[in-house]
Design a protein around this ligand. Sequence first.
Ligand code: COA
Ligand code: AMP
Length: 628
Amino acid sequence: MPEGHAAIHAEWQRDPEAYWARAAHAIDWSTPPQAIFDPSQGPYGRWFPDARLNLCFNALDRHVAGGRGSQVALYWDSPVSGQKSRLTYAGLLDRTARLAGALAARGVQKGDRVVIYMPMVPEAVIAMLACARLGAVHSVVFGGFAAAELAARIADATPKAVIAASCGLEPGRVVPYKPLLDAALGLSPHRPDFCLILRRDAAPGELLPGRDEDLLEAMAAATPHPCVDVAATDPLYILYTSGTTGKPKGILRDTGGYAVALAHSMPLLYGLAPGDVCWTASDVGWVVGHSYIVYAPLLAGCSSVVYEGKPVGTPDAGAFWRVCAEYGVKTLFTAPTALRAIKKEDPEGKLLASYDLSTLEALFLAGERCDPDTALWAERLLGGRPVIDHWWQTETGWCITGNFRGAGLFPMRAGSGGKPAPGYDVQALGDDGKPVPPGQTGSLAIRLPLPPGCAPSLFRADDRFRQAYLEAFPGFYNTGDAGMIDAEGYVWVMSRTDDIINTAGHRLSTGALEEVLASHPDIAECAVIGIRDALKGQVPMGLVVLKSGANPDPAKLEAELVALVRERVGPVAAFKRASIVQRLPKTRSGKILRATLRKLADGESYTVPPTIDDPLILDEISEILAKV
Ligand code: COA
Ligand code: AMP
């Protein structure tokens, strides 16, 4: 590996295909790639178009065959259930092959979709790997989503099977998943052939005869299934994420490009080698969980920690340090919001002092912009260990920018997401599509093609992919983020250019929330904006206009709207506020002035748009926001 970020990036830029051909050696292929990239396939091209492999083989079988069978693959640590366990590579392979056998015996084949609706339990990882073993396409749905969101994903993915847990555990509260699944299957026009249910003691749920079976019993009775060979371009998973409308986008992930990118990233970005322990304190429902709880650690022969708990309250703000010490974690990866939660409860890091963190080498952050205060606080707390913010999207599957332990770190700048990873030519573009000068804000875009690992398209929606990402700046992928690149090449991601907000590292569509609010009988129209929140970064707030004649009590209306969002989208939306306004700011042609609303919410200065129909409405909204 060449030394230094500049050398690595220059090596990639000199000959991108040769770079990725070399990186591909980290993977065991059944048919190694001859062609590296085919620009004629899909919306912008496909990586490794003639290669074949199985990802589960690369994550498990080859390590067991290579002598790693007795090494721990997964540590499960669940303070919310009071349980802990560990699975070796051999044990994980056995369970995965059995679940693959159970799925195959019930008709699941290569290309079929399987929806997984589970909390942070080892069976979630086993379910993902079992799908990969069969060449089936998994779609994991985060447990904090409500039945209607699950139903929308089931309707789009049309899965042959659903694998679910009977419940999730939140601090002090059991979340029964099974009734949510039953409700979702009632709402969805598509029904799977069968459901396998992990029955947890806290709320085992009722099995519906003829449709539901006990997951563990099915696995115990199954014959282990071998790996099914797939094309590198075959889909590994679909992960739904918020778009700007209520309809979630099915981000597609291919198999070969993803395997190469993840395997390459483990030594280069994270500085991890086989046998190392890494912990990504996220959730398998998010892209970070797919990539760095499950696939990358296992591809690299590492041990991965699966944590079912919170940064605070399970039982205290020392939980992260306890887990790092207990398992000998070398790199911790989490969202800035988790650090802010710890900082709030234990600002001086008193709880950290009682743990031996001698194995911990670096902290990685992603999911939202890390405010410099939090980054510097973490660096101080961790005695100067590198705190590396890296910029990500569900679409990219791995980081766009970061810092590269394997190549030698460059100095961090708190508030910046670092410099582009190999494969990414990042530009800040003006509205005319031309790069803006260093230090000036523009739309952050990536010159095509995107590197291996990034979404080749949306599930069954090439046109939506082109329209959402490729049309704004021809020749570029539009990230939807705004920011600047400084004279030394550091990328600073500052905000979104669309109507997506980021709440505690979770991506929410204001459009989806507006659809829910608009369904209330008293609401004529509404806008949802993200307002600053010291813990979660942003939280959504509704501005609602009443139908003429409606005269609800404002507090009661707010409570009803909060309950409606919780029921339709889920508690994870953290929707707690709605205010009645006389009117929304609009242009004379009737378009809501969203950019102005965003600025108002962020407390930024704004110029009253000349097209606005009634400038006074901005004063009314400013007054409401000032009181929040
Ligand atoms: N299943 C069911 N409900 C869930 C859930 C799940 N998997 N995850 C969260 N929820 C619920 C919570 O119980 C909470 O419900 P409440 O409104 O009844 O209290 C709500 O959704 C909001 O949850 P959360 O965002 O976790 O907020 P919190 O106030 O409980 O905790 C933090 C705050 C900062 C501790 C928490 O947001 C956190 O750990 N964030 C890290 C996020 C992260 O890892 N993101 C991944 C991106 S890399
Ligand atoms: P998601 O697809 O849910 O991972 O959300 C991706 C979005 O989160 C990005 O488009 C950014 O807006 C934001 N984001 C993720 N990581 C970072 C980061 N390190 N710095 C700034 N914003 C980030």
